[in-house]
Design a protein around this ligand. Structure first.
Ligand SMILES: Nc1ncnc2c1ncn2[C@@H]1O[C@H](COP(=O)(O)OP(=O)(O)OP(=O)(O)O)[C@@H](O)[C@H]1O
Ligand SMILES: [Mg+2]
Length: 227
């Protein structure tokens, strides 16, 4: 479902004498439907960078990244947009909040974009927000003023609203209490059971060991960090 072949990434710092830093060099791995792979490695190894490359937010200098049939490295912008709508979900570390959009619409929007009816999309949003213990009195408010953990849970609800065949999760359990962490881990397990291919970054080792089938140590592909 997700296949990286010989992927490399450099950043050119235009405001610092065009210094070129090589962050990742020669990463290859594949993830089958129903599998979860953890990206591990020291801080600065390039885990979040690699995840943004898979999502197509960062350019990839060489190699290929297939999500299903589409190589995101070579894809046209409209193909990337369609892929993100239908196939590839991404729960980033922080919610990007749009002021004035009520929480229940933030969660229902990905389904509305797929043509799901308003009633069905709202029902799914209510179900997920309830599961993730967001108090009902908050559902009609914008998440702008929510706590860090509440925003993270809204972000997770949004990321799980549509049953994406491929999912990227950047520290989905980071600032959650034990009960909510448990809810998120079961959402991940359910997604795997229905055949989603998942890439995750988890600082919490117990969470990682529970939901991930394998690990890819990004440090091994970091020039300068490699032993
Ligand atoms: N937009 C950017 N421009 C220049 N350098 C960048 C950019 N984004 C990331 N980097 C560099 O790439 C390296 C990897 O960063 P990244 O955020 O991927 O690390 P990480 O493994 O996710 O670390 P952490 O565990 O701390 O989140 C760092 O040295 C960082 O400074
Ligand atoms: Mg990171």
């Amino acid at each position: 479902m997700i296949e990286l072949k010989n992927v490399s990434k450099t950043f050119t710092l235009h405001n610092q004498g065009s210094a070129v830093i090589e962050v990742i060099s020669g990463v290859s791995f594949a993830i089958a439907p129903g599998e979860c792979v953890a990206l591990t490695g020291a801080s600065g190894a390039g885990k979040s960078t690699l995840m943004r490359m898979i999502y197509g937010n960062y350019l990839t200098q060489s190699g290929s990244i297939h999500i299903g049939d589409l190589d995101i490295v070579q894809a046209e912008p409209r193909e990337v947009i369609a892929l993100r709508r239908e196939v590839l979900g991404y729960v980033s570390q922080f919610l990007r909040v749009v002021p004035r959009v009520p929480t229940r619409d933030v969660v229902a929007d990905p389904l509305r974009a797929l043509g799901v009816s308003a009633e069905e999309a709202q029902a799914r949003a209510r179900h997920l927000l309830g599961q993730l213990n967001i108090p009902e009195r908050l559902w009609s408010l914008s998440p702008t003023t929510f706590s860090g953990g509440e925003q993270q849970r809204v972000n997770i609800a949004r990321g799980f609203a549509h049953e994406y065949p491929a999912l990227l999760l950047d520290e989905p359990t980071a600032s959650l209490d034990a009960a909510n962490r448990e809810v998120v881990l079961s959402l991940i397990e359910e997604a795997k059971a229905r055949g989603a291919a998942i890439v995750g970054i988890f600082h919490d080792e117990a969470a990682r060991d529970r939901v991930c089938d394998r690990q890819v140590d990004v440090s091994a592909f970091t020039p300068g960090l490699a032993a």
